[in-house]
Design a protein around this ligand. Structure first.
Ligand code: COA
Length: 275
């Protein structure tokens, strides 16, 4: 099934929602219109039973060339502070929604990824890119500070020295370097990218969805906590997930301890079978 909001498009196939920035002629720059369409698309997909994983990718040669310098910056500034704040709410809003999405999310970075693009990049739980992709905090090149979370993303994902160099120099890096630096999980040749992402998404789809949501939130939350706070948070999150899907956990234990049909250290239990 396909849906098209003009600036955004998606298809759902085999449990995977392929959500695409769809302004290839503008290198998928994020305009206010695109930002609103993304929020609508995320709403439509989040609780669909046939969606287990969401992949965010781009049409054409770009993943996203960042914020639209004309429609997001120049035209909203013409409407004063009210216009600026509204545009910021709309973009930051769907990135935040994506950070805490119900389903696991994967950024499939097929090409250009600049500036504001780092917001949705970080919002996705995992990220895979093409060796041919190009990343950059390009803001310095046109004279602004990397806002909208972009500086925070660099500091979260890169070492201090790399984040500082990346933000201050505005030099682009290729996909392999992005993987080496930790901006993405992995970089592969563009021709292999969709297969690799499909493989990872299919594996996620085999895992317990209640536990997946608990884990992805926990990984994002505990970074800012003391050890004791994290220990307490994780204990409660684990119990909440258990009570939400107690049968799944018991079945996982049963298949290992009683049935001896799998080893949890080496793979996941078979969710299609319940005792
Ligand atoms: N905002 C607005 N328009 C953009 C854009 C952006 N961020 N990125 C690309 N476009 C537009 C171009 O203005 C051009 O429009 P036109 O066809 O009406 O003239 C069209 O997209 C194609 O861009 P072009 O520069 O010709 O494509 P390219 O493939 O040669 O280069 C980039 C691609 C991404 C390297 C280049 O477009 C670029 O540097 N974009 C800005 C990236 C950036 O600094 N983003 C940070 C914003 S926070």
């Amino acid at each position: 099934m396909a849906n098209d909001h003009d600036t955004v498009a998606y298809d759902v196939e085999d449990g995977i929602a392929w959500l695409r920035f769809n302004r290839p002629d503008k290198r998928n720059a994020m305009s206010p219109r695109l930002n609103r369409a993304m929020m609508v698309a995320l709403d439509e997909l989040e609780f669909r039973n046939d969606v287990g994983v969401l992949v965010l990718t781009g049409e054409g040669s770009a993943w996203s060339a960042g914020m639209d310098l004309k429609e997001y910056f120049r035209e909203t500034e013409a409407n004063g502070l009210r216009g600026i704040r509204q545009a910021q709410r709309e973009s930051y809003g769907w990135w935040r929604r994506l950070r805490w999405y119900q389903k696991p999310t994967i950024a499939m970075v097929n090409g250009w990824c600049f500036g504001g693009g780092y917001g949705p990049l970080f919002a996705c739980d995992l990220a895979f890119c093409a060796d041919e992709a190009t990343f950059g905090l390009s803001e310095i090149n046109w004279g602004i500070l990397p806002g909208g979370g972009a500086t925070k993303v660099a500091v979260e994902l890169l070492s201090f020295r790399r984040a500082m160099y990346h933000a201050l120099l505005g030099e682009p890096i290729d996909g392999k370097t992005a993987a080496e630096w930790g901006l993405v999980n992995e970089s592969v040749p563009l021709v292999q990218l969709k297969d690799r992402v499909t493989d990872v998404a299919s594996k996620l789809n085999e895992r317990n969805p209640v536990t997946i949501k608990a884990i992805k939130d926990a990984v994002r939350r505990v970074g800012d906590m003391t050890y004791d706070d994290a220990e307490d948070y994780l204990l409660r999150a684990q119990e909440a997930a258990n009570s939400f899907d107690n049968d799944g956990r018991k079945e996982g234990i049963r298949q290992f301890i009683d049935e001896k049909s799998y080893k949890p250290g080496l793979g996941a239990y078979d969710r299609s079978r319940r005792s």
